[in-house]
Each structure stands twice: as structure tokens, then as C-alpha cells.
Design a protein around this ligand. Structure first.
Ligand code: BES
Ligand code: ZN
Ligand code: ZN
Length: 495
């Protein structure tokens, strides 16, 4: 979808679908919506009076007659209550409008920039949110069917317009930002939605190498076995697919010693290994590399966004499979850090590959670390698919992550790492065991395991098991992969 920003009076806007808006309970229309109403002979006002248009957030009323306007159809989208308007409401309304455009087969869509007409939100942020909501909302995974309709319809062009020339520069800046960020998040969604036979560690690594080259990022690829990553190898050795650890490095502050490591769990399929998962919904475990996809999505943007930070993306990639070569429950293995681990459950594999990836990040000079992982079903028990669980050893960094999540509309909620959880990860026969074995507080005990490898380096851990993959679409989030938390990490680096 092409995005444009134009300075136009409503009457000059020519398109297949024109999007205007109303707030819930709004009595008197204003701005472009009032002008549209006038051109329509008061139709919007009368539908408001009838109660057909409520202004409820995301409600769409499609008008098939556009009076004197140069628009094929008009969509009136609800913004919810005026006092509650925020960027997330703008994204949700924009997604509803673009979906209506797709259903009514509108090629060219023109929209007013929700939320900035009366100065509710900053024009840069409002335009960014309109584009994010539209580009994320129109996303569909293409799939592989031979029989699908040859040209599945999608709007080709979205024009954001405003009559105020003074605003156009800011709107353009926001729209451009919104487009590159939303496209990166959609790309991450694609990688997660791809099935495990087509998104193997080798396929992922080859793609990352290409992305690194295009963006002039330093690229490293290691064989974990040769590199002494015994803990990582203990997960990988049951699979026929060769594992890989890859790193992409961006230097936005060449004179600074600071280096932020983004570490993404890249299990391209999690069968559970010898501690085999039940078969119901096991297919969803193709999404166990959502952390890896998010990190690659972020790294792919940095050369464009140019944040003044040094960032290294580190991605351990492997399958977790049962076989005659697989690690068995009870096995004791070493690690890059030197700590030994008793593997009590081979399905707690994410923390094993991350343990070595974290040690590697420190060896590469990381001064701050954020890991992103579909780590525990317990995160879904605690927070459902509404929020990502955030933990860490540095409250300042955790607070920065929570604030960035708030700005991006990707909800984050902190869980603790109490000493009790660290205690429960101690083994009788090794330095650590990989599960506490109690079934309790799994996000926190998982984080407690990781904290041993982290040591004192400031670190935040994002457990995205609940938020990375949805069974049912919601607002601008599709069924399947969501792309969480690409936008939050960008906010964090750019904010
Ligand atoms: N990949 C899973 C976690 C998961 C579950 C992600 C559901 C998304 C949806 C992870 O590797 C796992 O299996 N974790 C175990 C940990 C347990 C053995 C301590 C779990 O959640 O059961
Ligand atoms: Zn697992
Ligand atoms: Zn897993």
C-alpha cells in the first residue's frame, strides 16, 4: 500500500473511499467531518440523531452516496470518547477503516488524520499512528495455496490529507516513520507465520545475512557446538537441522562504549524434545521464534532510523526435537559461561539457548541486554494475550521498557524475580536446573534461570508467549503472529 500526505480541502479530495470520523456522544460535528456532512445534506448528523452512528471506537458506517464530493463512498469511523482519545485509539480506528476499504474494494483511500484535528495529539504522532494502524490492520499472511484468488484485493493507496499547509511537514514525517516501522513489524509477522519446514534455522540465517548486507550491518554466524555453547547444543542435537547463532551489529554511537544487546529466542519449532508436548495446538510452536523475528525486524530498521546507540542483535536458532540424539531429562550439560545445568525438562529449552546467547552477548561487550522470548505458557496463564510479561535486574531499564510499551500500544506488565525463585532453580548435582519442577510462577522462575547468566549487566526479559501469536484477531492485530514487540523496541531505541 502506497502512503501519501497531501494538502487538500475536502471538496478537492478524489478517491474511492473517504474516511471521516466522529467521537462517541458527539452532538456537533467539526472540521472535515462537518464539511462532509454539509456536502451530504446533513446525512451524518441525521444518522447520529437516529443512533445508527454511535461513535464507538472502531464502528464503521459506510455511506454509498457522496453528494457533491469526489469520493466513491464515505466511511464514518468511531473514535470512542473524546476525553479518552490516544494513539492506540487512532490505530484501532484506522485499522477498522482500512478493513472496510478492503471489503468495499476501494483502491484509493483518503483519510483525515484522526486525533489531531482539535490538537488532541501531536501531528507527527497522529499521522504515524494512522499509518501504523492502517498498514498493520490490512496485513494478511499470503500463505501458499495454489487455489487462492489470483488477485486478492488490497487497497493500493492511502492518502492522509489536511487543509492546513503548516501541518503537512509534520504529517509527512509521521507517515514516513509509521510506514517503515509497520512494514518491519509485518515482516516479523510473516517470518513467524511461516511454517517450520519453510522457516528453518538455515533459512532464517540466510535471510538475516541478506538484511545485514542491505543495511550495512556487521554479520556474524557461529556453529554453537564449535563455539563451546554446550547448553545451546544440548537443545539442538536432537534435530537434523543445523543450529546457528547469528549476530547483526549496528553502530550509531561509534565513540561510545555502550552496547545494547537485543537477544531473541529462535526456536523454529518446539516439539518439547523428549519431554514431548501434547499434540493439540502443537502446530503453533512454529511461532517459538517470534523473539528472533522481532529482533531481526528491529535490526532491519536501524540504518534508516539512525538512533544514536550501538545495538547488537543476537539470535540463537534451532529446532527442539526428540530423537536418538536428543538430550534426555536428567542429563547434565555445561555452558559457555562454565556453569553446569541439570536438564529436568527438555521443553524448557528457550532458557538453555538464551543462557549461552546471553554469555555470548557479554563476550561481545554488551553493556545492557534485553531478551525477547516466547518462554513460558505461564505468561499466558498470568496475563493472557493482552500483555507481555517484563522482568529484569535493573528497575530503570524495566521502567524504560514499560514506558516504551505504553507509547507503542503494546501492553507490558512487570513480574518479579524474587530470591525464592532463584533458590528454586538450584540443582543438587549442578549449578542450576532448567525447571523448578513445581509448575509455579513459571515466567519468574524462567527469568531467575536467565539471571544467573546475566550477572550484574543491566537486563530486561520480555516473555512474549501470550502476545506473539493470537488465536483470534483483534483491532489491528491479525489472527496468528502479531509482530510484538517490534514497535516497543523501536520506541525504546528512538525515544
Ligand atoms: N515455547 C514454550 C512456551 C510457550 C507455550 C510459548 C505456549 C507459547 C505458547 C516453552 O519452550 C515451554 O515449553 N515452556 C515450558 C516451561 C516449563 C517446562 C517450565 C512451559 O511453558 O510449559
Ligand atoms: Zn519448550
Ligand atoms: Zn519454546
Amino acid at each position: 500500500m502506497k502512503i501519501k500526505v497531501e494538502c487538500r480541502e475536502l471538496a478537492q479530495v478524489s478517491c474511492d473511499l473517504l474516511v471521516v470520523n466522529v467521537f462517541a456522544g458527539q452532538k456537533k460535528l467539526d472540521g472535515a467531518t462537518a464539511a462532509a456532512d454539509k456536502a451530504l445534506g446533513g446525512m451524518i448528523t441525521s444518522l447520529l440523531k437516529d443512533g445508527e452512528i454511535t461513535g464507538k471506537l472502531g464502528q464503521i458506517t459506510l455511506l454509498h452516496w457522496s453528494g457533491k464530493l469526489k469520493a466513491g463512498k464515505i466511511a464514518v469511523v468511531g473514535l470512542g470518547e473524546q476525553s479518552k482519545i490516544d494513539l492506540e485509539a487512532v490505530r484501532t480506528a484506522s485499522a477498522a477503516a482500512i478493513k472496510a476499504a478492503r471489503e468495499s474494494k476501494a483502491k484509493k483511500v483518503a483519510t483525515i488524520v484522526h486525533g489531531c484535528g482539535c490538537g488532541e495529539t501531536d501531528p507527527v504522532e497522529a499521522a504515524k499512528a494512522v499509518v501504523e494502524g492502517s498498514v498493520l490492520g490490512v496485513y494478511r499472511f499470503a500463505g501458499y495455496a495454489k487455489d487462492k484468488e489470483e488477485t486478492e484485493f488490497a487497497p493500493a493507496e492511502l492518502v492522509l490529507f489536511d487543509h492546513d499547509r503548516a501541518k503537512i511537514g509534520k504529517l509527512s514525517r509521521g507517515a514516513k516513520l509509521g510506514l517503515i516501522i509497520a512494514e518491519a513489524e509485518n515482516h516479523a509477522r510473516d517470518l513467524v507465520n511461516m511454517p517450520a519446514n519453510r522457516m528453518t534455522p538455515s533459512v532464517f540465517a540466510a535471510l538475516a545475512k541478506r538484511i545485514a548486507k542491505i543495511n550495512r550491518l556487521k554479520f556474524t554466524q557461529l556453529d554453537p557446538k564449535k563455539a563451546g555453547m554446550e547448553l545451546f547444543w544440548a537443545v539442538a542435537k536432537g534435530s537434523n537441522e543445523p543450529p546457528k547463532l547469528i549476530a547483526l551489529e549496528y553502530r550509531g554511537a561509534p565513540r561510545s562504549k555502550e552496547k545494547i544487546a537485543l537477544i531473541g529466542k529462535g526456536i523454529t519449532f518446539d516439539s518439547g524434545g523428549i519431554s514431548l508436548k501434547p499434540s493439540k495446538n502443537m502446530d503453533e510452536m512454529k511461532s517459538d521464534m517470534a523473539g528472533a523475528a522481532a529482533v531481526l525486524g528491529v535490526m532491519s530498521l536501524l540504518s534508516d532510523l539512525k538512533p544514536k546507540h550501538n545495538v547488537i542483535g543476537i539470535i540463537p536458532l534451532t529446532e527442539n526435537m526428540p530423537s536418538g540424539h536428543a538430550t534426555k531429562p536428567g542429563d547434565i550439560v555445561g555452558s559457555l559461561s562454565g556453569y553446569t545445568v541439570e536438564v529436568t525438562n527438555t521443553d524448557a529449552e528457550g532458557r538453555m539457548i538464551l543462557g549461552d546467547a546471553i554469555t555470548y552477548a557479554k563476550k561481545r561487550g554488551a553493556t545492557k541486554m534485553i531478551d525477547i522470548a516466547t518462554l513460558t505458557g505461564g505468561a499466558i496463564v498470568a496475563l493472557g494475550d493482552a500483555a507481555t510479561a517484563v522482568m529484569g535486574n535493573d528497575q530503570t531499564l524495566v521502567d524504560q521498557v514499560l514506558a516504551a510499551g505504553n507509547r507503542s500500544g503494546q501492553k507490558m506488565w512487570q513480574l518479579p524475580i524474587y530470591d525464592e525463585y532463584k533458590e528454586s532453580m538450584k540443582s543438587q548435582v549442578a549449578d542450576l536446573k532448567n525447571t523448578a519442577g513445581t509448575g509455579k510462577a513459571q515466567p519468574s522462575t524462567g527469568a531467575a534461570f536467565l539471571s544467573k547468566f546475566v550477572g550484574d549487566t543491566p537486563w530486561a526479559h520480555l516473555d512474549i508467549a501470550g502476545t506473539a501469536f493470537l488465536q483470534k484477531s483483534r483491532g489491528y492485530l491479525p489472527e496468528g503472529a502479531t509482530g510484538v514487540p517490534v514497535r516497543t523496541l523501536i520506541e525504546l531505541l528512538n525515544g
